[in-house]
Every structure is written in structure tokens, then in C-alpha cells.
Write a protein that binds this ligand. Structure first.
Ligand code: IVH
Length: 701
């Protein structure tokens, strides 16, 4: 092998790839097809692997290099990152210009109509990039303007950000500021993929950009379609002579390899600014990225210095914001969708309309209260708004256009939350006073299946070692598991086949095939772990069922109180409330869960699959001196902790509750008791002090 030739080839490849990447990501003018780029990159990777001595952290192969950092270090900005004042009307823009004309007029004679750089206001995330001797060394978010977060590793994955400055004699220090954003095409592609794979879509491109940059694993950021536009400078070392204007500086940044929007222009006077605003506004829907306004910056640096700053914003620049975009369309139907936690969200299916450059046919209604407030009905004409967010919302209904029947009655009734889940037909529970309605199908609802399975197998539930997210996803996706009881039917062969399928789908060589032999040890272990979980306790089972609000403590209390499953299944809400710590809301949740035939069937299937637990005598102190009494503890006790006092009272049959109501039989008031004591007095409830409690406990010990 010829070492020198390889070194030369590595250098040439790096140069060629940098150039191609610059043409593609910065100039938007690709010269070589993607396939050729990939081939060159692979050749470089191979050479670098063969020659570790030629390693270079800025090589085009190293865009995804650093391992997850765990957290982001704070970065103090050498020069603060400022925000901008806002203008929302032509009058405010005219005031802004008038202020400048006035002050410049007295400070320095100049043209009556100052020149401004006019720029799109990119809707992403402001960042600062620090280059030392031409190399990208530090990238930070804006943070509070003074201190940001070090997101260098993530920024390195963004191909529009040069890792090295172009040209000879780079400055000792150059900080370039600009916006990281997610182009709309990339955003839509990302979300289409996410939705097809049952992953969480991004709410809008701005959140997409911000969320992607704050990923702890740069490999995740690298898969997000992010881009960058430069629009300002930070610290610049003194040997650099900057051009006299901001717009010329942007030109210079272009020559250094930074993307600068070609929609940046210069304009004179308020009329020039407003003309730019109107033109960009008209293009907004066709732009390949989101903008939320335009920015005007006084172009000459000497004039900027005259204007100076107020608080955290320059007096020489202003953001002219677009109003939120609203359009009218008609409602085809009102639907609900079920999330992974069972939350049921209503939304409208609408005739498709263009709003803010995106075609939308769905808008969220958030929750049932919102539907009631708006009174949206099928056939209605609605105004929808997209304020930066891609998921638009319904702002109001145009009641004058509501369709009526021949008798003059509205054609549709007011909407009501459906009683049954569209995914699994289980009852939808909407507890009074709560905003969110939920599907009670937990275990059986396909929308919630993965989450409930994962919870079922978790350590404190059924404790199935090795049943992690990857397997659960594949088990559900490939239809191996519909209900939890299906787990107990899985064989070693099932797991091996499933994993092979998952690996292939991920484009990996099946890990299960090692040295021509199918490795099955892990699958045997998993099947054994599932089998072992058959022998459990009622407490674990109840927790594993994933009933909302039933955590480990409540599961334990239920298991102790009822001793066996059947009496719990038979208990009504009043009986459930006898369990220590179970209040009305939790009692309702439990009752609804067990009332659901699907859930009962799932439990029966578990039993049939051999899941068993010891049944014990109920541990209820029904005969105790406080049996059936609700006691409330308030204030601080000196001799006992809260938990001890609670346990001792419960041992004597009391139910210890957290708040005083008419049902309260007794209040124990320690020192500094406050409103609960007042309430007890108001309701005429018996009150004991600590001494009285201790005497009572001693008598009944
Ligand atoms: S200049 C001293 N130019 O708007 C001026 N900012 O509201 C500093 N932004 O944090 C900012 N496009 O995230 C500037 N062409 C542009 C911009 C822009 C978007 C964002 C930036 C900044 C925020 C201020």
C-alpha cells in the first residue's frame, strides 16, 4: 500500500466532499448526485479506518461523532445574544423609522432615508457558532441571552454549518449567529414517517428544530432534517476589519461558507420596509421554511452605534411580525383519537384548506370543554388558525352559516363525547371536573397496548426481566401479542422469528444468526422469565393491570383490604372507598376498570394462562374501635410521624383521609393545625389533640 498516495487521496476526498456539501446545503446548487456523494464518503470512511493516523475531527465522515453527553454544559456568551422589539402594524414601523431619522439627524448628517437590511424572520432557534482559526469549536443556544447551552456535538451534525471556514487566513476568533430551522419538506417527511411508525410526530417545525438540538444523543439530531441561516455576528477578534455595513458582512459570511438567505435585501425608509414586508408576506405560503415576520436592521454599523440599545434589544433593529394566519373551511365530521395513555382528544375533519403554506384537513379541538365552548358541529363553517403551529386549531364557528333543516332547526345536535372508544370499544370515562376523557380499555386498547404491556412486565409489576421497549414494540407490531395473556403463550421460536423480522426491517443483519447458528439463549431466558412471572402476588397483579391512579401503594392497600381478587371485582365504589387511601376519584377509576368486560376477560385469560397468586384473609380491622370511621390528621405531631399515626389508626379500623368533609368522624389536630381544623370546627366534627390520640392508642394497644 502506498501511504503517501492514501494520505493524498484522503485529503482530496475531504476537499471534494466539503465542496459538494457546501454546494448542496449552503448554495442549494448541487453538483454531484447523492449516490456519488455517498460513494465518495464510503471511500473516505474506508481509508480513514485503514489509517487511524490520518484521523481528523473535522472530516466529513465525523458529522455524527461524539457520544451522548448526558447533559449540556452552560456557555457564557462573550457578547450577549439579544432579542428584538416587535412591530405589529405599519404605524409601528413608521414610528421606528422616524425615531431613527430623528436621532441620526441630530447625531450625524446623513441621508434622510436610512438604509436597512431587510430579512425574513426565521422561525427556529437562535444559536451562536464560534470559530477559532477557522475551525468550529463551540456552538451554543441563546439561553437567557447571557448564558446558553453547549450543543456543539449536535450542531456538528447539521450539514449547512461549516466545520471549517472557507478561504485563507481565517480570523483568530469569529462568532457567527443565526437560526437553526427545520425546512418544511423535511418536517413533513419526518412526520409522515413518524406517523407511519406510530412514533410521536413533531408539533411544528420550530419545536422540531429546538427539540432536535436539545437531544442528548447527537445521532438522533443527525437524523433530523435541520438547516441554518446566518444573520449576525458575535465576538470577532480585533485583527478582523469588518465591512462598514451589516449587509456586506452577510456577503462576507457567504464567502466563508455560511448559508445566508437570498431573500435578504436592503431598503430605504419606512415605505421601503413596508414594501418588503408585503412582498415577503405574499411569498410566505410558498417559502420552503416557516417565518413569523421580517426583521429590519439599520445597515450601517456607525449608525447602529449611534442608536445603541435599550434593555435587551437593539434600537437599530425591529421584528415586524405577521398576524396569525386564519382561514375558513367547513367541518366534515368530529372525531376522537386515543393517545398512548388513553387520553381521548376530539378533532375535526375538514374540507382541506391552505393555511400558512401547508394544506390542512384536521384541526384539534383539544378537549370536550373546548368543543362545548365553541359548539362546533358537522357542516359548520369554522375559522381555523395556525400560529406557527402546524397542528391548527379551531378559533370559532360562523353560526350564521350553520346548516338548518326544512323546519329551521340546526341539522346537527351539539357534540357529545362518544361513550365508547373508537379503537377498542371500551367505555370512555369522563370524570366530573376533569378536562381529559380517557379510554378505560388500558389492557385491550390497541392505542394503549404497547404502554400497558411495558408496564405489565416492569420490575415492580410482573417483573419480566428482558421485556424491554424494543421487544414490546415488535411483539405488538407484528401481532404476536394482542392482550397481556398472549405473552404466556409465546415460545422461543416466536421470539427468534420476531427478532429476525425486526432486525431485517431495521436493515440490520439478524443478530440472532451468529456464526451460522441461531442464537436462542436470550429467547430461552425471556420465555423463562415470562413463565416465572406466573407465580405472583395479588398486589403485583393489581399494579401490573395499569389501572389509572392505582400505583404500588394503592395496589397493596387493595390487596390487603380484599385479600382476594373476587371480592375486589364485586366491590362497588362505596366499598372501595373503605380501603385506606382510596378516595372517590380513585374508587371511580377502579370500579370503571373492573366494570369493563374486556378487562375482566383479560384477567380471566391471565388465570387461564396459569397466572396465580395466593389468596389471603382480608386484613381489615372492621371490628376495631374506629371501624368505619374516617379520620383526618392535620398539623404536626410530636411523638409520631404522620405515617405511623396513619398506620396505627388504620390498624384500629379507621380510614385515614386527606381532607375534612361531612363524612369525617374525627380530626386529630397537632400543633400549627390550620384550615382543616377550622373546617372541622365549622362542621362540628370531633377534634382530638395529640395527647388524646396517644392516650387512645395506649388504651387500645
Ligand atoms: S437578529 C441583535 N435576524 O428572532 C439582533 N434575528 O426576536 C439579534 N430571528 O432570537 C437577532 N430571524 O432567533 C435576527 N433575520 C434575523 C432573524 C432573527 C429570526 C430570531 C432570532 C432572535 C429572535 C429575536
Amino acid at each position: 500500500m502506498n501511504e503517501n498516495a492514501d494520505a493524498a487521496r484522503v485529503a482530496a476526498l475531504r476537499q471534494q466532499l466539503r465542496e459538494a456539501s457546501h454546494r448542496y446545503h449552503v448554495l442549494d446548487d448541487p453538483t454531484i448526485p447523492d449516490s456519488e456523494y455517498d460513494a465518495l464518503l464510503r471511500e473516505l470512511e474506508a481509508l480513514e479506518a485503514a489509517h487511524p493516523e490520518l484521523a481528523d475531527p473535522d472530516s466529513p465522515t465525523r458529522r455524527v461523532g461524539a457520544p451522548p453527553s448526558g447533559r449540556f454544559e452552560p456557555v457564557e456568551h462573550a457578547i450577549p445574544m439579544l432579542s428584538l422589539g416587535n412591530a405589529f402594524s405599519a404605524a409601528e414601523v413608521e414610528d421606528f423609522v422616524a425615531r431613527i431619522v430623528k436621532e441620526l439627524g441630530t447625531a450625524e448628517p446623513g441621508p434622510a432615508e436610512p438604509v436597512f437590511s431587510t430579512e425574513p424572520k426565521f422561525d427556529g432557534l437562535a444559536i451562536s457558532l464560534r470559530y477559532e482559526h477557522g475551525r468550529f469549536v463551540l456552538g451554543a443556544t441563546r439561553g437567557d441571552g447571557t448564558t446558553g447551552e453547549n450543543v456543539t456535538a449536535n450542531l456538528r451534525t447539521i450539514k449547512a454549518i461549516p466545520l471549517r471556514l472557507r478561504g485563507e487566513n481565517p480570523p483568530a476568533v469569529l462568532e457567527v449567529r443565526g437560526e437553526v430551522y427545520m425546512p418544511l419538506a423535511g418536517f413533513e417527511k419526518y412526520n409522515a414517517h413518524a406517523l407511519a411508525h406510530d412514533e410521536k410526530p413533531l408539533a411544528n417545525p420550530r419545536n422540531g428544530a429546538a427539540g432536535s438540538l436539545r437531544q442528548l444523543d447527537p445521532a438522533v439530531t443527525a437524523r433530523r432534517p435541520l438547516a441554518f441561516y446566518a444573520y449576525a455576528l458575535g465576538e470577532v477578534s480585533p485583527e478582523v476589519t469588518l465591512p462598514p455595513t451589516h449587509s456586506q458582512t452577510l456577503q462576507w459570511l457567504r464567502t466563508l461558507g455560511f448559508p445566508v438567505s437570498n431573500r435578504v435585501e436592503t431598503a430605504r425608509g419606512a415605505s421601503g420596509l413596508l414594501d418588503y414586508f408585503a412582498r415577503i408576506g405574499a411569498q410566505r405560503e410558498r417559502l420552503p421554511f416557516d417565518i413569523d415576520g421580517v426583521v429590519y436592521k439599520l445597515d450601517r454599523y456607525d449608525q447602529q452605534r449611534v442608536m445603541g440599545f435599550v434593555a435587551r434589544a437593539p434600537r437599530w433593529a425591529i421584528a415586524h411580525k405577521f398576524p396569525a394566519q386564519e382561514v375558513a373551511t367547513t367541518v366534515e365530521s368530529i372525531e376522537v383519537s386515543v393517545g398512548r395513555t388513553g387520553a381521548v382528544t376530539p378533532w375535526v375533519q375538514m374540507a382541506p384548506v391552505q393555511v400558512g403554506g401547508v394544506t390542512v384537513s384536521r384541526a384539534t379541538l383539544h378537549n370536550a370543554d373546548q368543543v362545548a365552548r365553541l359548539d362546533v358541529r358537522p357542516g359548520d363553517t369554522v375559522i381555523i388558525r395556525r400560529a406557527g403551529d402546524v397542528i391548527p386549531e379551531v378559533v370559532r364557528v360562523n353560526l350564521e352559516l350553520r346548516p338548518h333543516d326544512a323546519h329551521g332547526r340546526p341539522r346537527h345536535h351539539a357534540w357529545r363525547m362518544p361513550r365508547h372508544c373508537p379503537e377498542c370499544d371500551s367505555a370512555i370515562e369522563h370524570i366530573d371536573g376533569e378536562v381529559i376523557a380517557r379510554c378505560t380499555g388500558g389492557l385491550v386498547c390497541p392505542a394503549q397496548r404497547k404502554q400497558s404491556l411495558l408496564h405489565f412486565g416492569s420490575r415492580r409489576a410482573m417483573d419480566i426481566d428482558g421485556l424491554g421497549e424494543r421487544f414490546v414494540d415488535a411483539l405488538v407490531e407484528y401481532g404476536y401479542v394482542h392482550g397481556i395473556a398472549d405473552l404466556y403463550r409465546l415460545t422461543v421460536e416466536d421470539f427468534v422469528a420476531m427478532k429476525q423480522r425486526a432486525d431485517e426491517a431495521a436493515g440490520e443483519v439478524p443478530e440472532t444468526v451468529k456464526a451460522g447458528k441461531i442464537a436462542t439463549k436470550w429467547a430461552e431466558n425471556l420465555v423463562a422469565a415470562i413463565a416465572a412471572s406466573r407465580s405472583t402476588t395479588l398486589e403485583r397483579l393489581l399494579f401490573a393491570l395499569g389501572i389509572r391512579e392505582v400505583g404500588e401503594a394503592t395496589a397493596k392497600a387493595l390487596a390487603r383490604h380484599f385479600g382476594a381478587l373476587q371480592p375486589l371485582l364485586d366491590a362497588d365504589e362505596a366499598a372501595l372507598q373503605q380501603v385506606p387511601d382510596v378516595g372517590p376519584v380513585v374508587a371511580t377509576r377502579i370500579a370503571h376498570f373492573f366494570a369493563e368486560p374486556h378487562n375482566r376477560a383479560a384477567i380471566a385469560a391471565l388465570r387461564e394462562a396459569g397466572v396465580h397468586w395466593p389468596e389471603v384473609a382480608p386484613q381489615r380491622a372492621q371490628e376495631g374501635p374506629l371501624a368505619g370511621k374516617t379520620v383526618v390528621l392535620t398539623g404536626a405531631l410530636a411523638a409520631l410521624t404522620r405515617d405511623e399515626a396513619k398506620a396505627r389508626l388504620e390498624a384500629l379500623g379507621a380510614k385515614v383521609a386527606g381532607s375534612v368533609s361531612k363524612k369525617t368522624a374525627l380530626v386529630i389536630a397537632g400543633s400549627d393545625a390550620g384550615s382543616k381544623l377550622d373546617k372541622a370546627r365549622e362542621l362540628g366534627i370531633e377534634v382530638w389533640d395529640e395527647a388524646r390520640l396517644l392516650a387512645f392508642l395506649a388504651d387500645h394497644a
